[in-house]
Design a protein. Sequence first.
Length: 255
Amino acid sequence: MQKKNNNNGQGRGASASADAFGGLAGVVLLGPEAFQREILTLLEPFELPVLGRFDLASAVAAPSLPVATGEKQVVLLTTGKALQGLLRQRRRKLFPRVRIIVVAPLEELPSLLYHLDREELLESLAGCIEPDQLSDHGLEVLRLAAQGLSVMPAATVRLLLDQQRGSARLAQLDDQERELLALIMTGASNAEIAASMKLPLGRVRNRVRGLLTKLGCRSRTAAAILAHRYFQQEEGQGQAEQGALGIGPPGKESE
């Protein structure tokens, strides 16, 4: 009899825990099989609906992902690499009314956030979590996403803020600073920049230092990466943005 009471208590506890996901219509999994199995193990005690399971190839081939029809949330649990691969395939139409939780190491986030921002999907991002924290914090992130909330590690918030600040700083460059940044992106030395801009070498050095300070970058490489991240688009997308800044791809002069 005592064993039966304990089981009933455990059942009530599991039910109460499942109630925390009451705003969730179900989850969609995107990533390799090992990742999907780990998520399924995590979700198993709560009997949450799994609306679809995709690796990258099957997601690219799918006409759409499962979506909610009412007020409840559908959450896409995905690895960073799988999501970025899908976004590169221009499959934004797969994400109507889906909240996204990304499981990825921090070093993958800058590129991933760039692609989400480019596809106007940052508002769909419900959370980011590192793989080694999934078992401890994954359910809490999912619970918050089911309630329409978002949870981001401090490092992710800093990256998002850096993106906004970087874009604002780039937009404030004058014509000469844009020309200088375009040359820095090609890997030109100070001497080569001086010859191209027809300026004394000392003045070029001062202008490079001033540009780095204005962009909040510690090195020429960081400035080039900043410019690439926000203004160099894949497959020619974003050329209008580059042209507006007078910045061209490496190895090419701005037109």
